[in-house]
Each structure stands twice: as C-alpha cells, then as structure tokens.
Design a protein around this ligand. Sequence first.
Ligand code: CA
Length: 230
Amino acid sequence: MAKHILIIEDETAIAELEKDYLELSDFEVETAADGESGLEKAMSMDFDLVILDLMLPGIDGFEVCRRIREAKNIPILMVSARKDDIDKIRGLGLGADDYMTKPFSPSELVARVKAHMARYERLVGAGQPANDVIEIRGLKIDKTARRVFIDGTEKNFTTKEFDLLTFLAEHPNHVYSKEELFREIWDMDSIGDIATVTVHIKKIREKIEYDTSNPQYIETIWGVGYRFRI
Ligand code: CA
C-alpha cells in the first residue's frame, strides 16, 4: 500500500517540487499551504509522515509540530530556509524527527523520508499489534483497551459513555438525533428514554471538553441533536 505524506509548505513551487519527487518514488502526497489547513489535514487523515515548513502564515511550524506530536506518532521532518531556526527548533525539543535547511536536493529529501519511514516501521513492527485508536486533537480513544485520554490524562468512562463517545467519534460531521443515539447505544428494551442521551452527553463533555459551554468535540445542533466535530 502506498505511503501517505503531508507537505505543509506555503511556497507553492517548493511544495510542488517536493510532491513531484515523492510521487516519483510512489508516495501519495497531500499538500497544505498554511498551518491551519495543514493541522486540519494532519488530524483528520492518516499520514505516514509530515514534511513541515517552519515559517508559515497563521499558525507557524513550531506550533503545528507541537500539536501534531501531541496527537500522532508519525515522523515529522521540519524544513527551514534558515540554519538558525533549525538550531532553535532542536533546542525547543518539539519532537520533530529530522531537520533540513532549504535549499536541499529533492533526492536528499526522498532519502530522508524513506529512512524515517523505515525506522518507524521497525519501531511499530517490533511491538504488539497496535491497538485500535481514534485520535482527534487532544482526545484519544483506545477502542481495544476501552480507555479515553485527554492530553495524555486518562478519564474514567462508564460503558455507555464510552460507547456513545466512540460511536459519535467514529461518525464525525454527522448529526444524530437523540432518538437515533438512544437506539444505537441502548438496547430497545432498556429502561430510559432520550433524556438519558442528554445526561450522558453532559457527563462526557465534563470529561473531555476544556469548556463545556463551548464544546469543541460534541456540538449541540439545536432542535436536531449532536454532531462530533473533527
Ligand atoms: Ca515558508
């Protein structure tokens, strides 16, 4: 299966050049031209490696790197036009795997990409089969272990809370009514009604949201139901 690479780079000519060379080596490549859209793609799609430019409009490469690293265990290759910046990033310990100073030769880029992918594969391959995990921003749902973490801190979930959160997270951007959620998570003959759904959503929000009055994961769609945001 082809490996997926995300290039976050605001200079279109450079992004295109990198993309061309990587595609010639049979990688599938997505590009993003600013930090915001780059982060969005990195969080919502599965990539095997990210090539991240440091100086980006909006959210800069430092912040993008930090946020990807919080949520994803994939190699991050940072590039910058300035050697000073590279030294600075190393010093910050943001968790990037490698650093390259522009301009670099495309073949060097391809070689480094391949080396990092091979290294990660060895790491992953050495362990047990990976757990089935959903990761969205700071939220991590380990379906195999039935555990939920926010920014690395575990939160205790009841069975139904876990089932409800997982169901919503597995169907992002889809609005479900309370009736649909009740049917989905609770047995037809279970005691309770759609108010149960409201109570559970409230409990889940208290555990996963930074600000329950302004939820970033489970949105209320007034008069309709709930939607999981990615
Ligand atoms: Ca740039």
